[in-house]
Design a binder for this molecule. Structure first.
Ligand code: BGC
Length: 540
């Protein structure tokens, strides 16, 4: 196994929806063997760690986040043997792999819930949260506001209401029950014993409920999560827990504890602010957020991202900021979902490859380990006419062949339709074409990844923000042994003239749209093209 227990601090992560990635058996559904066949592709992009969306048996009412059996693989995707092979092959290539751990709830089709409903004396009855009325825990918000009106649903069979923070088909587990806490630990051991490198833990703020609170981030929840960390450290050192907690900065910071809870957490509050900054041509939103972000323990790391498999959430912004983001990025009602925007990265930026490259450069210059959502490395489009969040989960576009090279199934439907029309259709946007084009998004991103990986100092937490009085610019400086690194980005549509601090620097990399004539390092001057960036190193 690969050594270095802090590996996650400077890794490039990649989020895979197995169902969407590559179909090895022509049934129109991506599968584990299909993913295994594409590992060399991920390696060539520079990926260090894969995060798999849920791969477990499920009725797929929430695309696999409604698990009916936590100890198996969904038959559409393959077998436990296929899974083991995927893990082995990933490791053989020097990469790692983590799996989704859905902690908060099960599917209503899970055997536990079926028994819980039909038999109040079954031990499984106590696996869930019941009440005679829907009045308890009124302080808890509803998350899926477009489809649910209450966190309680009546069970005819049980003659009681059960508690759920997401869809009604996802009953919450009762973490006050020690048997549930032990069950979760068995689930973790089951998958860790198969060699995975950790978990992305889903929806962790909601594990316990207490009257008079909003039932989020409770001390009981943190205490239990620390217990899980102790299990990892004692039995599986070097494996990680990554938190999905869409919370305000102070509440989010708590998931790192004193370095004894999560190793990593998604940096939710920063994400919408990057979109705000590029829309306004003004870095203030990013800078303010960085200024206000609490420090995190030395053994932890942020996981930074632009997009993922969910809607682009705009919950953790002010109502004016939310309105701005909706108006700018989701002008059509179908583009909105709950409090978010169901669009992919490339369409959000109108397919403007320079802007996409710029946002990736900003992401890569920030403290944290970046994660790329499958398909966003080639600028895939979305389909807002599909249900729920399916529009951002369409088949990976590998080539200009039928089905975008995703599947050789030629009759009947794929699990979701491939995007074929318009500028984001697979004839235009696909891996094969981009690998062969040095200026493609894929190759631009690959170059950025290579540069970032050649300077491990990118994983540090201490940055200094430069050019604060020039809000069109977002620039950060940090130190490494050979001198300072300075990353300067122009968020605006106008050329920006930069006068460098009194330093001699080398050019580390620059955006594809930056002319080399605009960079005069001996004179300490840079004319930064619209939406361009320049990264400098060895600044002394
Ligand atoms: C996942 C969603 C899912 C929800 C319920 C999340 O936060 O990212 O895709 O619907 O948890 O499991």
């Amino acid at each position: 196994m690969l050594e270095n227990n802090l590996w996650y601090q400077n890794s490039i992560f990649y989020e895979v929806h197995t169902r969407a990635f590559s179909d090895s058996n022509q049934d129109g559904i991506g599968d584990l063997n299909g993913l295994t066949q594409k590992l060399d592709y991920l390696k060539s992009l520079g990926v260090d760690c894969i995060w798999l969306l849920p791969i477990y048996p499920s009725p797929l009412k929430d695309d696999g986040y409604d698990i009916s059996d936590f100890y198996n693989v969904h038959p559409d995707l393959g077998t436990l043997e296929d899974f083991k092979k995927l893990v082995e092959e990933t490791h053989r290539r020097g990469m790692r792999i983590i799996a989704d751990l859905v902690v908060n709830h099960t599917s209503d089709q899970c055997r536990w819930f079926q028994e819980a409903q039909s038999n109040p004396d079954s031990p499984y009855h106590q696996y869930y949260v019941w009440n005679d009325t829907p009045e308890k825990y009124r302080g808890a918000r509803i998350i899926f506001i477009d489809s649910e009106t209450s966190n309680w649903t009546w069970s005819e069979k049980a003659g009681k209401y059960y508690w759920h923070r997401f869809y009604a088909c996802q009953p919450d587990l009762n973490y006050d029950n020690p048997a549930v806490r032990e069950e979760l630990k068995s689930i973790m051991r089951f998958w860790l014993d198969m060699g995975i490198d950790g978990f992305r833990a889903d929806a962790v703020p909601y594990l316990f409920e207490r009257e008079g609170t909003n039932c989020e981030n409770l001390p009981e929840t943190h205490a239990f999560l620390k217990e899980l960390r102790r299990l990892m450290d004692a039995e599986y050192p070097g494996r990680i827990l990554l938190a999905e907690a869409n919370q305000w900065p102070r509440d989010l910071r708590a998931y790192f504890g004193d370095g004894d809870e999560f190793h990593m957490a998604f940096r939710f509050p920063l994400m919408p602010r990057m979109f705000m900054a590029i829309a306004k041509g003004d870095s203030t939103a990013i800078v303010d957020n960085l200024d206000q972000s609490p420090e995190i323990p030395a053994n932890c790391q942020w996981c930074t991202f632009l997009r993922n498999h969910d809607e682009l959430t705009v919950e953790m912004v002010t109502s004016e900021e939310r309105q701005f983001l909706w108006d700018f990025y989701a002008p059509e009602p179908r583009m909105r979902l709950n409090l978010g925007i169901r669009r992919r990265l490339a369409p959000l930026l109108n397919g403007d490859i320079d802007k996409i490259e710029l946002l990736y450069a900003i992401l890569f210059s920030l403290p944290g380990a970046p994660i790329i959502y499958y398909g966003d490395e080639i600028g895939m489009g979305d389909n807002i006419w599909l249900n729920d969040r399916d529009g951002v989960r369409t088949p990976m576009q590998w080539s200009a062949k039928a089905n975008g090279g995703f599947s050789e199934k030629l009759t009947g439907n794929l699990y979701l339709p491939v995007i074929q029309e318009g500028k984001f259709g697979y004839p235009q946007v696909n891996v094969e074409a981009q690998i062969n084009d040095p200026n493609s998004l894929f190759n631009r991103l690959r170059r950025l990844i290579t540069v970032r990986k050649s300077h491990p100092a990118f994983s540090r937490q201490e940055i200094e923000i430069l050019y604060r009085d020039q809000p069109e610019i977002f620039a950060v400086q940090f130190s490494e042994s050979g001198g300072k690194i300075i990353c300067i980005h122009n968020l605006s549509s106008r050329v920006q003239d930069i006068v460098l601090p009194d330093l001699q620097c080398n050019l580390l990399t620059q955006s594809t749209n930056q002319t080399k004539y605009g960079i005069d390092l001996p004179a300490g001057k840079i004319s930064l093209e619209p939406y361009a960036y320049v990264w400098l190193s060895h600044c002394l």
